[in-house]
Design a protein around this ligand. Sequence first.
Ligand code: NDP
Length: 604
Amino acid sequence: MTATKPYSTDPSELGFDPEALRQKYAFERDRRIRKEGFGQYRDAKGKLEDYMIDHYAKPIEREPLTDEVEFAIIGGGYGGLLAGARLREVGVESIRVIDRAGDFGGTWYWNRYPGAQCDIEAYVYMPLLDELNYVPTERYAHAPELLEHSINIAKHYDLYRDTCFQTEVTEIEWDDNSKRWIIHTNRGDAMKAQYIAMANGPLTRPKLPGIPGIEKFKGHTFHTSRWDYDYTGGSPDGGMDKLNDKRVGIIGTGATAIQCIPHLGEDAKHLYVFQRTPSSVDARHNAPTDPEWKAKLKPGWHKRRVVNFNETLGGGYADDDMVGDGWTDIFRNVGGIVTGNVDELTEEQKDEVFELADFKKMQEIRDRAETIVEDKETADKLKAYYRQFCKRPCFHDEYLQTYNRPSVTLVDTEGQGVDEITEKGVVVQGVEYEVDCLIFSTGFEVGTSYTRQSGYDLIGKNGTRLSEKWADGLRTHHGLTTHDFPNCFVLGFTQTGVTPNATHMLDEQASQMAYIVSEARKRGAQVVEATQEAEDEWCATCDSYGDKTERMLAQCTPGYYNNEGGKANKNGFISGQYGGGAVKFFQILKEWREAGNLQGLDIS
Ligand code: NDP
C-alpha cells in the first residue's frame, strides 16, 4: 500500500501488473491503427447494393401521398415507438410513422440473425413494460420477443394507423407559409406534417469492409442485418439445416458475431471465423423469468429498475445495484479496490482507480477464455487487450465454447484484417480459405454526418440545410430541438446524456418532446423553435466538459467508439454529447419541465 493512496498499485497485491498491461494495450492499439480511418469501409451501394435487400417483407405498391398529419415520426424502432406512445399519452391523435422497414421494430426488425439477443437486461431495456403490463420471458430477451414487443407497443398505442412502411424519406422541407413540413420519399410522396420527430437510430446503414476483391466472390453472401434464411434454413433460434453441407466464413467478431457464431458453429459443415480484434466476452447467465419474482412485482417496478440501472452505471449513486450483472460489475470493482470513500479521491486518483478496476475486470475475462477454450493458442488469440468500454462489452455462454468444435477454425489476422476476397473465398496472410457462403458481420456506418446516416436532408427556415448547419458537429437545445428547424425534434445520440441503456435515453427524450408539444397546445401555439441563444448555451455546456471521454477513448484499440483510432471527428459516435452523464442530464430536463416556462423555446 502506498503512503498517499487509499488503494494499492502493487502488482503482487493486485494480481496483475498495471504498467505491463498499459504497454500491451498500447501495442495492440497501435498495430491496428489504419491511416484511412473510416475510409476503410464501403457503403452497401452500387455493386454492393444487394447487401441491403430486405428478406423479411413482401414488397408493397401504393400511390404517392400528399395528405397531412399532425405528427410524422421518422423511424419505427423503439425510439419512434416511444415517441408515438408518449405523444398519444398527451392526446396527439394524428400520428404517422414512416420507416424503410416492412414493420415496426427498427434494429429488431433488421437484426434477425440466429441468436440475436439484447445484451442489456430485458427488465430495463424493453420499454413501456409498466404501461403494457408485460414482463419479459427471460432475463436477456432474444430478438423475436423484442420484435413482438415492438408490434405490441404499436398496437397498444394504435400506431399502425397511417403508417408508411417500405418508405424511405429523401428530403424534408419547411414551408413557412403553411407552417408545415413537407416530407418527400422514394415513393414520390409529398406528405405534410405540423411536427416531425427524427428517430432514425444511430446504427442503421450496414457497412462493408473495403477489402480488395469484395465484389468478386461467387458464392452466397449477405450482411448479418439482412439474414438470408432462404439460403441457410432455420430461424432466429438456429437449426440452419441448409448449412449442414456448407463451408461458411464470417468476417467480424463484434457484438453481433458473438451471438450468431455459436449457431453457425453448430450447423455449418465447417465455419471459418475471420477475426481482426477479439471482443471481451464475459458470462451471460441468462435465465427464464422466475414466476415467483414476477408475481411479486409491484406497479412501477420497471421505471424503478431502469432508474436504478442508470444510477449504478452513472457512478454508483444508487445504494442498491438491482440489476447486478456484467455491466455494473466494473463499478462494484471500484468499491473493492479502494479502502475508504471513493468520493474523497482526487479526480486523478479516481481515474487511476477506475483504470485498475477495468484491468481487473478484463483480466477476469481473459482468464475466462483460457478456462473455456481447450487449445491454448486459440484461447490466447481470443483474449481482448483493451479497456472494457473501448468496444461494446459482450456476454455469452456458448461463444468461446464454439472454438472447441473441430469443425470451427479461428483465423486470426493479428489485428490486420482480411487481405483479399477471391471468387472462392477469403485470403489471410497468403492462405486462401474456400467457402460456399460468406457472411459480413462488419457493423454499421457510424462517424459520418447525421444527414448521411439518416439518408435525407432537412431544409428548415430561410433555406437552412441541416447538413450544412451540423457540418461542424451537432447544435441543439437539450439535444432535442435546433434553431431554424421549427416543430422538429431529434431523438438519439444528439448532445444528450448517454447511457448504455439506449431505450431509457430515448424515453426521456420522447417524454420531453411530448411535454413540449402538450404545453404548446395548451398555449394555443402552432410553432415551437429553439432560440439561437438557448442553442448556443447548450452547445457551450456540452463543450465545457472538454474532451475527457474522447481522450480516454483515444487510448483505445480502434473502433467506432473512437473514430477508428482516436482522431478528432466532429461527427463521431460520442462527439459533442453532454459530458455530465445521463443521471445529471435527465435531472436537467426534469428541472426544466418543473420550471414550466419553456425557457429557450420560441413559441408562436
Ligand atoms: P461492430 O462494428 O461492433 O463489429 C464489426 C466487426 O467487423 C469488428 O469485429 C471488426 O473488427 C470487424 N471488421 C471490420 N473490418 C474488418 C476487416 N477488414 N477484416 C476483418 N474484420 C473486420 O458491428 P456489430 O454488428 O458486431 O455491432 C454493432 C453494434 O450493434 C454494437 O457495438 C452494439 O452497440 C450493437 N449490438 C448490440 C447488441 C445488443 O445486445 N444490444 C447485439 C449486437 C450488436 P475490429 O474490431 O478490429 O474493427
